[in-house]
Design a protein around this ligand. Sequence first.
Ligand code: KG4
Ligand code: ZN
Length: 365
Amino acid sequence: MIILGIETSCDETATAVVKDGREVLSNVVASQIILHRKTGGVVPEVAAREHSVKIVPVINEALKKAKAKLAQIDAIAVTKGPGLQTSLLVGTNAAQTLALVLKKPLIPVNHIEGHMYANWLKADARLRQAQPDRMPDFPIAVLTASGGHNELILWKDHGRYQFLGSTLDDAAGEAFDKVARLLGLSYPGGPAIEQMAKKGRHEKYLLPIPLLKPWNPKNGKPLNFNFSFSGIKTAVLYFLRDFHKNFPGEKITKQTKADLAASFQYSVCEVLSEKLVLAAKKYRVKEIHLAGGVSANDYLLKLVQEKIEALGLRGIPLRYPPLSLCTDNAAMIAIAGYHQFKKHPERYRRWKPVIPSPNLPIKNW
Ligand code: KG4
Ligand code: ZN
């Protein structure tokens, strides 16, 4: 089954052609990063206008790269939400029109579930790790960490979720982006902080590690698997504001910023990795997955791997997407759409409109 995926939830106009939910025949992303660097973040109207310019060319490019004709497409999967309303509209309108004209099933996909399905593609030599060439096994503990969402989920089967925790305020990626601005780094902040932190020592400055302890030390009972990242952003702001008072005679140098970046990255990745691996142990999962833009961070990966060892979970496979599928892309949307269609083909037989939903929750299906 060949699915055309379309993703326009934020600032990437993305299309992909995926075979049988496993084999990525093409994956095209028209990035708007340079455009949004000027404003230090995404301006929704600007993003939507750019999607309108790019959507048809990137659909054509994905088909061309996959050596596929429109007539060979069996279904169209499109991001319904969460995301920016005006950005989502461009992708859903293109997908609805194609499905109507071609008389093919139209599968609306939740963007966060899309990120989770980025770990379901076929093993490939270009991956960041040697992945077993078999489908993942349920139940899975999955951490999704992006610019707009941050969830810890016990994934029991296709369309069956138990929500263990989520962020109470900012998502991890959002914190990376905001702290990068404070450090004078460009958008998007995650990769910039990761690079800068390589030259720093995280022990130099201690920042708070928010909601680190998921266990009550008195009775060993679980507290929660939630996250909170807005306080640490404020801690960085105050650190810079009060620097001269706290370190009289010292200057904020490149090294100061590198140490601060390392310290911030440590705090965020420590709590993300700790809760993910504790959840994996508690719920006796068969696999541990990382998903979303922040899963591109190698330091996060290293901490998760260390904690898997430390908690004696070495036999449990850890999967994370190749770099090209960590951040927003349409291959993950096509893969998610494939599994939805396979489980409930009857739901997609008749054309129904796909209305964008900026706060679309994840639901069982
Ligand atoms: O999944 P994504 O492309 O978009 C959303 O769904 O939000 O994630 C983008 C987020 C940004 O906040 C970006 O700073 C972060 O992922 N990110 C990273 C890294 N690469 C991207 N954060 C930390 N380390 C990275 N290497
Ligand atoms: Zn995303």
